[in-house]
Design a binder for this molecule. Structure first.
Ligand code: AQP
Length: 326
């Protein structure tokens, strides 16, 4: 049984990319693996977010995890800031990472671009992410394609630490799906769908009503040709629709293409597939919102279990670096 860890930031509404690239597989892996899933609220503080919005988004994200099928009896579900070891290990790893390697992170460049004030935590949060993963002796990290570089950093930091201070951390592997790892914005198909940067019409939220989903797909940007073909370079909009359909139904995007004679037909098929995929999630989410005690209870128990695993790992790292125990 592999130890699995992954997280999602409560930095906005969970969307189709988060679902197909990550959450869907979290649910699959909890059945066969020893899985830890975390709502990484400390990461959401790296960009401006009001306290009220963060509080609500954390609860909504937890409810959506449960609604999507995350079962707190089959895995450990918790909020990052409830387990203090994450921030503590992050400091030790910051003393292992270099400024230069953090500057090379493309997410830092993308998210910092054009902002007058960039929080220093935007530069260092990939180290916090490394701490999140390493605390749980993680073998496998299911993530979308945009997290590939951060995962590589976590691996480098684990190896460097082990080399400097002796065997302390398990070196984790990224588990990136072949299909659905990079869902693009429906209005800007060369940009990834993203909680914090997508246009409202380009993002399909997990909680969107079916009529909104249908409208957004109908207005999705394609191109001036008419041929339905999977060609990421020349037809990013059409290829994105094929990828969404494939990830939602378990098919292959290139093999699906010849089945469509118009863009309209493809848009309708993608909308129908997503509406069907999200229908049970929406229904369960509405029940959970009406009964917030279920979410709070799951998070409290999850934090206790997570802490029991995280504390010995942190102690091991502290000892290895020469810190005295209290
Ligand atoms: N467009 C995407 N397609 C496939 N997978 C995606 N993920 C994110 N966007 C897509 C995956 O979802 C997980 C959660 O990521 P996160 O919340 O930690 O932050 P992120 O990767 O930066 O996701 P967002 O939605 O773009 O959030 P913001 O805008 O706040 O940064 C990860 O596994 C990610 O790969």
């Amino acid at each position: 049984m592999a130890r699995v860890f992954s997280g999602i930031q409560p930095s906005g509404t969970l969307h189709l990319g988060n679902y197909l690239g990550a959450l869907q597989r979290f649910v699959q892996r909890q059945e066969v693996d020893d899985a830890y899933y975390c709502i990484v609220d400390l990461h959401a503080l790296t960009l401006e977010i009001s306290p009220d919005v963060l509080r609500q988004a954390t609860l909504d994200t937890a409810a959506l995890f449960l609604a999507a099928g995350i079962d707190p009896d089959r895995c450990v579900l918790f909020v990052q800031s409830h387990v203090a070891e994450h921030a503590q290990l992050a400091w030790l790893l910051e003393c292992t990472a270099s400024y230069g390697e953090l500057l090379r992170m493309t997410q830092f460049k993308d998210k910092g671009q054009g902002r007058e004030q960039v929080r220093s935590s935007l530069l260092t949060y990939p180290v916090l992410m490394a701490a999140d993963v390493l605390l749980y002796d993680t073998d496998m990290v299911p993530v979308g394609d945009d997290q590939r570089q951060h995962l590589e950093l976590a691996r480098n930091l684990a190896e460097r630490f082990n080399h400097r201070y002796g065997e302390t951390f398990v070196v984790p592997e990224a588990d990136i799906p072949e299909i659905g790892a990079r869902i693009m914005d429906l209005q800007l198909p060369t940009k990834k769908m993203s909680k914090s940067t997508s246009s409202p019409q380009g993002l399909i939220a997990l909680s969107d009503p079916p009529a909104d989903i249908e409208r957004k797909f109908r207005r999705a940007v394609t191109d001036s040709e008419t041929e339905v073909r999977y060609d990421l370079e020349h037809k990013p909009g059409v290829s994105n629709l094929l990828e969404i359909l494939a990830a939602a139904t378990g098919g292959d995007p290139a093999a699906l293409a010849p089945g469509f004679s118009s863009y309209g037909q493809l848009k309708q098929a993608a909308a129908d597939a997503v509406i069907e995929l999200f229908a049970p999630v929406r229904a369960r989410y509405a029940e959970l919102v009406a009964d917030p005690g279920v979410v709070a209870d799951a998070l409290r128990k999850g934090a206790e279990k997570a802490e029991a695993t995280a504390a010995p790992t942190l102690a091991r790292a502290q000892r290895a670096m020469g810190l005295l125990s209290a």
